[in-house]
Design a protein around this ligand. Sequence first.
Ligand code: KG4
Ligand code: ZN
Length: 351
Amino acid sequence: MTGEPLVLGIETSCDETGVGIVRGTTLLADAVASSVAEHERFGGVVPEVASRAHLEAMVPMLERACAQAGVRLDEVDAVAVTAGPGLAGALLVGDAAGKALALALGKPVYGVNHLAAHVAVDQLEHGPLPEPTIALLVSGGHSSLLLVPDVSADVRQLGQTLDDAAGEAFDKVARVLGLPFPGGPFVDTAARDGDRTAIAFPRGLSGPRENLPDAEHRFDFSFSGLKTAVARWVEQRQRAGQEVPVADVAAAFQEAVVDVLTAKAVRAAREHGVGALVLGGGVAANSRLRAVAAERCDAAGLRLRVPRPGLCTDNGAMVAALGAELVARGRTPSALDHPADSAMPVTQVLA
Ligand code: KG4
Ligand code: ZN
């Protein structure tokens, strides 16, 4: 290997089949196929449908990524693949593909943690991650607040959702409001014309008790109470024969989510003496989350790093980015028989 490592990354933990190629921290290709349209009529991702779609999209995405990057597979120095967490069957497709490629090419395979990859991807846009950094990962599948001293070896969980993921709450509320799936972007758009102070929706796990310095859940999230509050509010209006002010409900709901997410992330940074916050996951595309995070980070003297939306949602480039970091730091690759682990702990960067 000469110079920076050429790493191919494969992501199949949910409904995106991603293949990315990086050289060091330079992004060369990011091919993504999504099966989201196939899940639309079910209102949520159907695991078997996602697995089948990964199988069908894998070879086309590998070919597209190689063409985009202008490289041949045999030039790749290492293969990285999401080993977990995620949907078991979906993970298996990507993990098997990654192992098969590594075996055929005679190159090492790195079975990596999806959440750490969401953090590492920011290096492709904004250069080396500050160490330590705080990461807020919010998507349809996860809502985690992490302390990341070293994305290649030391990732610590400060908090997570106790029930629904942030994106899941957006999707469920969108459904209540009669907006399409996945609902996050539609709620975001509807909220632009709404009054975010119109309705006082609850802020989960943010009462005075949870804010005490040693409170058990001070960095955890809960969105199911909020989701229920929105549904009740809408039902009451409908029962009374009144029109539902979709824009106001969307704006007030979104404000409740964004308020809690950003308050806890900024507090985590302050308490741990960390100077930077990285956002990741599909919900990081939310315009209000970006705006409030920017305001509050500014006020707290924190550097905010948000990858562009295409790199916030699930993709192969994030897996390649983490793989390249592991290669650069000389970490031992995974075994060829490493397991795909749907419940891979966030503290485990490498399988
Ligand atoms: O990271 P992602 O593509 O897939 C996983 O769930 O892992 O995230 C998708 C989630 C969905 O719940 C979607 O509604 C949400 O991200 N989302 C948004 C926005 N764009 C996507 N939520 C709020 N505002 C948005 N602009
Ligand atoms: Zn994700």
